[in-house]
Design a protein around this ligand. Structure first.
Ligand SMILES: [Zn+2]
Length: 255
């Protein structure tokens, strides 16, 4: 079998295979999503026993087929435990990659955004802006991100300095206030500008709800209308742990 040179990777998901092994879905820098067979990984003394989501790894595998064998998985740093909200956010981005990307379809730029997202969910738990950035970058990498630069009907551009409310329609694009569509989600012109930009800093909190709804509707089209399990769990978690929050506040949260 061929030994691949190795790659930086994160575990997206794993499930048992046989009595002692695991099938592991990885997100790698050069291969994109990669399924591997981790032989004996469920044995307590296996060197592969501690592979789990949220840990940066250096991996090597054998073979080029549909399910190569994981030969090495070395942790690239100490593992710091995640709290439940961080874990649910991690589950969410992992589930998006599992549902929307194909194995061996490389997205090196998205890999970098993924790593930045893991860093942000550790340093700013409870914030949603980096999840919006991940969603938008995922859509862009898959070629599914609508043009936000001009109104679908008249070509006018949203002015980031204005207080105008535009409309966002999934799979179509944005509409200026003069060309409103009933099916669209209202969104601030300045929020559209944020979404078109580098998204390196958090958005204005008042945009949270519209940003979340626009991206959710866009993603749902590609999820075939089948919602994400992680999103359901995240919503339930926020209801349980923050019952005193107003609806508005909850909508501004990261779910
Ligand atoms: Zn227009």
């Amino acid at each position: 079998m061929t030994t691949e040179p190795g790659d930086r990777a994160w575990v997206l998901h794993h499930y048992p295979y046989g009595d002692t092994s695991l099938i592991v879905e990885l997100f790698t820098r050069t291969q994109g999503r990669l399924g591997v067979l981790a032989k004996g990984a469920r044995r307590a003394r296996s060197a592969l026993a501690r592979i789990e989501a949220g840990r940066p790894l250096w991996v090597r595998w054998l073979g080029r087929g549909e399910l190569p064998v994981l030969a090495q998985a070395e942790e690239l740093g100490p593992f710091l435990p995640l709290n439940p909200l961080q874990n649910l956010s991690l589950f969410y981005v992992n589930e998006l990659l599992l549902r929307l990307t194909q194995r061996r379809d490389p997205f090196p730029d998205l890999f970098q955004v993924y790593e930045e997202t893991i860093g942000a969910l550790r340093s700013e738990p409870g914030e949603g802006w980096y999840l919006r950035r991940f969603e938008r970058r995922l859509l862009e990498n898959l070629g599914w991100a609508p043009d936000l630069a001009r109104c679908v009907e008249c070509g006018r551009s949203p002015d980031a300095a204005s207080s105008e409310r535009w409309l966002y329609q999934a799979a179509r694009g944005v509409f200026c206030p003069a060309h409103a569509s009933d099916a669209a989600v209202p969104i601030e012109a300045a929020a559209l500008a944020w979404l078109r930009g580098a998204m390196q800093t958090r958005n204005t909190p008042v945009w949270n709800s519209s940003l979340r709804r626009c991206l959710e509707q866009e993603l749902l089209i590609h999820l075939g209308g089948r919602p994400l399990e992680s999103r359901r769990l995240l919503t339930a978690y926020l209801r349980r742990t923050q019952p005193a929050m107003t609806i508005q506040k909850r909508e501004e949260h990261s779910e």
